[in-house]
Design a protein around this ligand. Structure first.
Ligand code: DX5
Ligand code: ZN
Length: 223
């Protein structure tokens, strides 16, 4: 099953409540919230208060992506704010294994992300601690960039590693997913698609969602 995780970064923030209602009306279950600290990435966005405000508004599964150099300092706050899943980056200078254990101990699902320059093998030993692996297909920091096709090569590798682990780990892709490339992302093995501008800037968001759900059918037929 393919999950679509609309990224709030691509929404019209002046109308965030309506944008969340749109996601619900489209029948989607996830919402992706990007948090940036101006240090790990050259941009700043949201924070635990924004997550808490969104939590009060919706029951959607809150997929919280932390692009922070020191996420350890904030994970308890994000958990209290109502995050369902917290993703941290493999590239940070911290004991990521211990951090993932801490997130799990807070009763929140765990995610681990790799930037375009990080190989899948770098996180192999951490897979037993992950509920989700997030492959960035752009340099993190900004919405509206083009998907880097070279990053898609990592997906079959990770899919094999996940299958070998025997655990049901989500494989999520984030950055530049559009109507014309989503099939390649799914064919490569992803089952969670983040979409910011692709969905929120679409002339017809329902058609965009239907197209992505159609890919799921294609994949089932191909098996
Ligand atoms: C980028 C963020 C993404 C971003 C995706 O650093 O992690 O979640 O919102 O936006 P689009 O789909 O527009 O590339
Ligand atoms: Zn993201």
């Amino acid at each position: 099953m393919i999950h679509i995780s609309p990224s709030v970064l691509g929404a019209d923030l002046m109308r965030l409540g309506e944008e969340i209602e749109l996601v619900e009306r489209l029948g989607l279950a996830w919402l992706h919230i990007d948090n940036m600290d101006g240090h790990f990435v050259p941009n700043i966005s949201f924070g635990p208060d924004a997550v808490a405000a969104i939590r009060r508004k919706t029951k959607l599964f809150l997929d919280v992506h932390l692009m922070l150099s020191d996420p350890r300092r904030y994970i308890a706050e994000y958990a209290r704010a109502g995050a369902d899943l917290i993703t941290v980056h493999a590239e940070i200078e911290d004991d990521v294994e211990d951090l993932l254990r801490e997130i799990a101990a807070l009763g929140v699902k765990t995610g681990l992300s790799i930037k375009p320059g990080t190989p899948p093998e770098a996180i192999g030993r951490l897979l037993p601690l992950c509920d989700l692996v997030l492959v960035m297909t752009v340099e993190p920091g900004f919405g509206g960039q083009s998907l880097r096709e070279d990053c898609l090569q990592k997906l079959p590798v990770l899919r094999r590693m996940i299958d070998a682990s025997g655990r049901d780990i989500f494989l999520e892709v984030d950055g530049g997913i559009k109507m014309d490339n989503a099939h390649r992302v799914v064919e490569a093995g992803a089952n969670v698609l983040v979409t910011g501008t692709g969905l929120f800037h679409a002339a017809d968001p329902a058609a965009f969602v239907a197209a992505l759900h159609g890919l799921q059918e294609d994949k089932r037929c191909a098996r």
